[in-house]
Write a protein that binds this ligand. Structure first.
Ligand code: ADP
Length: 193
C-alpha cells in the first residue's frame, strides 16, 4: 500500500493538496482534524473534550487522536493506500503510527512536508476564517497553533528525515505546481520499487 503523510503547519495547504493526491492515487483520506470536528458536530463527550483544546489552539491529547486513528485504520484496508492529513503531530503520535501500521504489515511510504513562511500562513488562515467560520481561524488562536506546530510538530521532520522518508515541498506558488512537485516525489517511489 501507498501510505502518505501530508505534513505542514496549519494553513500550509494540506487539505487542498490531499484532495488532489486522493484523486490521483485513489487513497483513503484520514484527517484527525476532520474526525475531531465530526465528534464536535455530533455532540459526543469526546467531541466536547476535543473542542476545549481546539478552540484554544492547543493539540487534542495524544491518546484521543491515536484512538480515533486506530478506529479508522480498522475500517480502511480496502483502498490502494492511505493519506494522513494532520497526523502525526507529535513524536508520540509518530511512533504510535509506526506501531499501528506494523500490525497490518504496513509502513509509512513517504512524508511530504509543505513549506510555507509564517507571514503567508497567517494571511491564509485569517482569510480562511472569514469564509469558513472555523472557530480556530482567528489571530489569537492562529498564533497559538503556529507556536504549537514549532514546538511539538516540527521535530517530526527530523524523525522522518532519519528514516529517509522526508521530502520537503515548496508550498508557495500555484496549487497545480505544488501538486506536480508532490506527485513527482510520490512517482519516484514506484521507480525505486
Ligand atoms: P490545520 O491543519 O489547519 O491546523 P486541522 O483540521 O488538521 O487543521 O486541525 C485542527 C485542530 O484539530 C488542530 O489545531 C488541533 O487542535 C486538532 N488536531 C487535529 N489533528 C490533531 C492531532 N493529530 N493531534 C492533536 N490535535 C489534533
Amino acid at each position: 500500500m501507498l501510505n502518505i503523510i501530508l505534513f505542514g503547519a496549519p494553513g500550509s495547504g494540506k487539505g487542498t493538496q490531499s484532495e488532489k493526491l486522493i484523486e490521483r492515487y485513489e487513497l483513503k483520506h484520514i484527517s484527525t482534524g476532520e474526525l475531531c470536528r465530526e465528534e464536535i458536530r455530533e455532540g459526543t463527550a469526546l467531541g466536547a473534550v476535543a473542542d476545549s483544546y481546539i478552540s484554544k489552539g492547543h493539540l487534542v491529547p495524544d491518546d484521543i487522536v491515536i484512538g480515533l486513528l486506530e478506529d479508522q485504520l480498522k475500517r480502511c484496508c480496502t483502498k490502494p493506500g492511505l493519506i494522513f492529513d494532520g497526523f502525526p503531530r507529535t513524536l508520540v503520535q509518530g511512533e504510535a503510527l509506526d506501531q499501528m501500521l506494523a500490525k497490518y504489515n504496513e509502513r509509512v511510504s513517504i512524508v511530504l512536508s509543505l513549506e510555507v513562511d509564517e507571514d503567508e500562513l497567517i494571511q491564509r488562515l485569517l482569510k480562511r476564517g472569514e469564509m469558513s467560520g472555523r472557530s480556530d481561524d482567528n489571530l489569537e488562536v492562529i498564533e497559538s497553533r503556529l507556536r504549537v506546530y514549532h514546538e511539538l510538530s516540527a521535530p517530526l521532520k527530523e524523525f522522518y528525515r532519519n528514516q529517509g522518508k522526508l521530502v520537503e515541498i515548496e508550498g508557495v506558488g500555484s496549487v497545480d505546481d505544488i501538486f506536480a512537485s508532490m506527485a513527482s516525489a510520490v512517482d519516484q517511489l514506484f521507480v525505486k520499487a
